[in-house]
Design a protein around this ligand. Structure first.
Ligand code: ADP
Length: 222
């Protein structure tokens, strides 16, 4: 199998952090930015770091983008540049194009142009933080689709010393407890009669509406 090669365009906070992680994992990464200062910052981190404007098709061709499998477009505020870059990459035949979007509208257009994956790091992080602000018992929140999510919650006093049968989460709220973490142990097929401890961490999956009702009733302390 040929080795995966990556390019990151735009070395702001998001693109920069992707570049660093890929580098740490020992991946081949080409880092691109219009700013010389940014590029210098990544000389030691990426396999190659070059100054280029990604809206210039010839510049991308000269850099050998055709041979790259996966390109991450992490241009911040300049929506026009991010769209034009995506379009050029698509035309160059890049197999996997991931683009950071600014807004839902931007996301829609990116998919239309042919982006394979659109990410919304600020929006997603905002949602996760909002949930953890609502209750210190909500530990993490991950969106699966527009309507479904997974939450990680601390059992707390409301669920302490009760079994899943007693709590009747599936029937009452329509969501499923898929795993229970206790210290370092994780039980991926919790039984109806297992007793929950207040320190246990429950992984719950369901529609946003159902998760919201579950959180309101059993997670958020009065
Ligand atoms: P973040 O919100 O992730 O920190 P920024 O907006 O700070 O994103 O960073 C985006 C980066 O993208 C900047 O370093 C900027 O120089 C770079 N950039 C913007 N337009 C282009 C372009 N046409 N070609 C290459 N890099 C670009």
């Amino acid at each position: 199998m040929e080795k995966n090669t990556y390019a990151v365009i735009g070395l702001g906070r998001f693109g920069g952090s992707i570049c660093k992680e890929l580098g740490k994992e020992g991946m081949e990464v080409l880092a691109v930015d219009v700013s010389e200062e940014k590029v210098n910052e990544y000389k030691e981190i990426a396999s190659h770091a070059v100054i280029a404007d990604s809206t210039d098709e010839n510049a991308l061709k000269d850099l050998g983008f055709r041979n790259i499998n996966h390109v991450i477009v992490a241009i911040g505020d300049n929506i026009q540049a991010s769209m034009l870059t995506t379009l050029i990459l698509k035309e160059l035949g890049i197999k996997q194009i991931t683009v950071k979007a600014q807004s839902d509208y931007h996301e829609k257009i990116l998919y239309k142009i042919g982006a394979d994956e659109v990410v919304h790091p600020e929006r997603d992080m905002g949602k996760r933080i909002a949930h953890s602000i609502i209750s210190s018992n909500i530990l993490d929140y991950l969106e699966l689709s527009d309507e479904h999510s997974v939450v990680e919650v601390k059992a707390g006093d409301k669920m302490h010393a009760k079994t899943l049968i007693e709590l009747d989460i599936r029937a009452k709220f329509g969501c499923n407890v898929v795993a229970i973490k206790r210290g370092r142990d994780i039980n991926v097929s919790p039984m109806a009669h297992d007793e929950i401890d207040r320190e246990d961490i429950l992984i719950v999956i369901g529609s946003d509406k159902d998760i919201h009702r579950f959180e309101k009733e059993l997670v958020i302390e009065d």
